[in-house]
Design a binder for this molecule. Structure first.
Ligand SMILES: C[S@@+](CC[C@H](N)C(=O)[O-])C[C@H]1O[C@@H](n2cnc3c(N)ncnc32)[C@H](O)[C@@H]1O
Length: 264
C-alpha cells in the first residue's frame, strides 16, 4: 500500500514548483494506492475508483492527465477509461495479460495516449518493449515525439493490414493489442498474429461495431468477428474473455484471446 495524493500537472511548472505543490497536496489529501495488476494501481479520486500507472517519464504529462506523487516521490498517472479501450478493460477488472517484460505489438497507436500507459507498465520493474503501428501522418508525429521521451516505444509508420511491411523490424511478441477501427478488424488481428505472436501469446482486441457495419446489430457483428478469430486460416485462437466496453465506449467489445499454435 502506498500513501498518495492528487495534483494537476502543468507542463510549464518549474521542478521546484511541482515538488512544492505535490507536498502541499499530500498534506491536504492523502489517499491509498494498491497494485492490482502488473504495473497497474488503483485508488480513489473524489470518492471514485481510479486506475493509475507509474509515470515512466516523470514530470511529463501526455494529454493533461492528472498525476499523483507519493511520499517517496514516485509519480503516478491517472488513466481515463473513456479515452482508452485498454484502460476500460482494466477498469472493468479483466485479467489483462500484460507484464513488465512483455514484448507488445500495438496496432492503431494514434498519437500514443494508450501506448504511453503500456510504456509505463513495461517500464515498471521490467524491460518490455512496445512496437506501435500507426498509418496516419498527423498522430504519427505526436507518437514519434512521445517515443523520444520513452525508450521502450518503437514507433512504426505503416499499415497494420500489411504486416509483411514491418516484419523486418518487429520481433516475436507476447501480446498484440489492436484498436484500429477498421471493417476487417479480426482479419487484421489474425494476419499480424500469424507473423508475430508467439504460440501461447495473447491478443487483446477492441472491436468497434460501427466500423464493421453501421446497419447491423452489434451483437451479430461481434459474433461474426469472434468466429473469424476462432476459425482463421492463419492462426488458431481460443477466446478467453469478451466484454462490452460500455459505458466507457459505446458499441465496442473487448476480446482477450490466446494463440494456440500455427495450423500449417
Ligand atoms: C481509435 S484510434 C486508436 C486510439 C489509440 N489506440 C489510443 O487508445 O490511444 C484508431 C487508430 O487506428 C489507426 N488505424 C486505422 N487503421 C489502421 C491501419 N490499417 N494501420 C495503422 N493504423 C490504423 C487510425 O489512424 C487511428 O489513429
Amino acid at each position: 500500500m502506498t500513501k498518495a495524493t492528487e495534483t494537476n500537472k502543468v507542463n510549464k511548472e518549474t521542478e521546484a514548483n511541482k515538488v512544492n505543490k505535490a507536498t502541499e497536496a499530500t498534506e491536504k489529501t492523502g489517499s491509498l494506492l494498491t497494485q492490482y495488476s502488473s504495473g497497474v494501481y488503483e485508488g480513489r479520486a473524489k470518492g471514485k475508483f481510479q486506475i493509475y500507472t507509474k509515470n515512466a517519464a516523470p514530470g511529463i504529462s501526455v494529454y493533461g492527465e492528472k498525476t499523483l506523487i507519493t511520499d517517496d516521490g514516485t509519480e503516478y498517472r491517472s488513466w481515463d477509461p473513456k479515452r482508452s479501450k485498454l484502460g476500460a478493460l482494466y477498469q472493468k477488472r479483466l485479467p489483462v495479460p500484460l507484464r513488465s517484460d512483455s514484448r507488445v505489438l500495438y496496432l492503431g497507436a494514434a498519437s500514443g495516449t494508450t501506448v504511453s500507459y503500456v510504456s509505463d507498465i513495461l517500464a515498471d520493474g521490467g524491460n518490455g518493449v512496445v512496437y506501435a503501428v500507426e498509418f496516419s501522418e498527423k498522430p504519427m508525429r505526436s507518437l514519434v515525439m512521445l517515443a523520444e521521451k520513452r525508450s521502450n516505444i518503437i514507433p512504426i509508420f505503416s499499415d497494420a493490414s500489411r504486416p509483411e511491411l514491418y516484419f523486418p523490424i518487429v520481433e516475436p511478441v507476447d501480446v498484440i493489442f489492436q484498436d484500429v477501427a477498421q471493417a476487417n478488424q479480426a482479419e487484421i488481428a489474425c494476419r499480424n498474429a500469424a507473423y508475430f505472436l508467439k504460440d501461447g501469446g495473447y491478443l487483446i482486441l477492441s472491436l468497434k461495431a460501427r466500423s464493421i457495419d453501421v446497419a447491423k446489430n452489434p451483437k451479430k457483428i461481434f459474433g461474426e468477428e469472434i468466429k473469424i478469430l476462432e476459425k482463421s486460416d492463419d492462426v488458431s485462437f481460443k477466446v478467453l474473455r469478451t466484454v462490452d466496453l460500455a459505458p466507457f465506449h459505446a458499441d465496442h467489445m473487448g476480446v482477450i484471446a490466446v494463440k494456440n499454435s500455427k495450423k500449417q
